[in-house]
Design a protein. Sequence first.
Length: 59
Amino acid sequence: MQQSAAAWWFEIALALRVFGPDVVRACRRLLTAGVRIGITGLTGTRAPSRTTESTRDVP
């Protein structure tokens, strides 16, 4: 069974319509994570870790 070019283009457009927003969202999250890692590497600092109140009071 052979498909016509129009049906093939329709399937491509449908796949882009369905999966496109998820792909864009995933790329943005990866870029955001990369920027965070890059900024941390450039500044040489680490993000502050959360500490409990009991560990702050201990000298």
